[in-house]
Design a protein around this ligand. Sequence first.
Ligand code: FAD
Length: 369
Amino acid sequence: MATVLVADDEKNILQLARMYLQAEGFTVETAANGREALEKVRVAKPDLLVLDLMMPEVDGWEVCRRLRKESDLPIIMLTARGDDVDKIVGLELGADDYMTKPFNARELVARVKAVLRRYSAGRSPEKVLQVGDLRIDPERSRVVLLEAGDRVLAGFDEEASRYAQETLRSRRVDVRVRTPVAEVTAAGARLGSGEWLAAAVVIWAGGVTVDGTLAATLPTAHGRGGRVTLEPDLSVAGHPEVFVVGDAGSVPWGPARPEPCPQVAQVAIQSGRHAAHQIARQLAGRPTAPFNYRDKGLMATIGRHAAVAQLRHGVIVRGTLGWLAWLGLHLVYLVGFRNRVVVLVNWFWRYLDWPSGPRLIVADVDADL
Ligand SMILES: Cc1cc2nc3c(=O)[nH]c(=O)nc-3n(C[C@H](O)[C@H](O)[C@H](O)COP(=O)(O)OP(=O)(O)OC[C@H]3O[C@@H](n4cnc5c(N)ncnc54)[C@H](O)[C@@H]3O)c2cc1C
């Protein structure tokens, strides 16, 4: 469903418009002044803007003027100024419709629908990506990232988090921190504030659990996310013949640091190797040794030419260099020369074919799905 941004400095108008538009299934964003409206247009990518004229900081005319330089976003001006000359100036600046206050909220909804109908009828179909039944209009797609904590990549240093956040925002991802989710369904998410965020695709990444795996059925203690609580040598308490490694286990950092390691590939690799050595030791009749995690740093990719690598001793590599480091490391860890070559060729192809903004990959979607 379409997203409508309502920009007005009167709180009760925002509430009224939100209530009526949401009742018709629209996702509603609000802005209390012109500067905020311009910012929200950039990150929230609304399908239509309802714009008050007399707003603090940047007024509605200026918002309209700036937007028209770069976009054909439908705009309905909503203002107390009912003079003919104001209407004419508004429409000449590029507004698609004009309503005066006081207004009937149902009329506003009807006008929003009418403007959107006219607008979508006039859009050129070649802008829309289509694979089978899947249709994506990159101009109208938006990506919203919800994070309950006060920063993304919380496991990283604050500088790395800031870089990731700014890079995502510059690529038109609407990053919302301190935004807990109260309910998530296939059709969207309800935020802690009560706001409903409708979405065509919902990816829930709020914690990995062992639910549905063999590890979940083990009759032993389980920690956060159901991860199996382990002895220092990574065996299960009371069962020295059973080892759990990687994401399924609550793998301790080491004998002096019993808290669990993060669920990342290095922990899986190192704990797997350690468990194999302990099994060999048991077979040789030798005592097992405790696991000690060797932290080689953290890496996260953000997009084209943007990744962040946090090396040991707090060294942070980011931007293109971080991105190349991320790509190189993942290639090195692939098994087999042929796999590496295939992945490298695929990456190169993607690089040439990569759209700007939030990354949309439709080429691999099977039309029969
Ligand atoms: C989207 C995403 C991005 C990530 N990015 C990074 C990153 O950038 N860097 C990083 O270090 N880590 C990253 N991780 C984490 C990393 O992938 C995991 O920590 C790592 O894969 C854990 O390895 P594992 O062997 O424990 O589990 P897995 O890799 O999950 O392997 C377990 C396997 O067991 C199979 N399995 C489960 N039950 C059964 C069964 N009953 N019978 C047979 N097979 C079964 C599963 O299908 C799966 O293939 C990411 C994870 C996700 C989901």
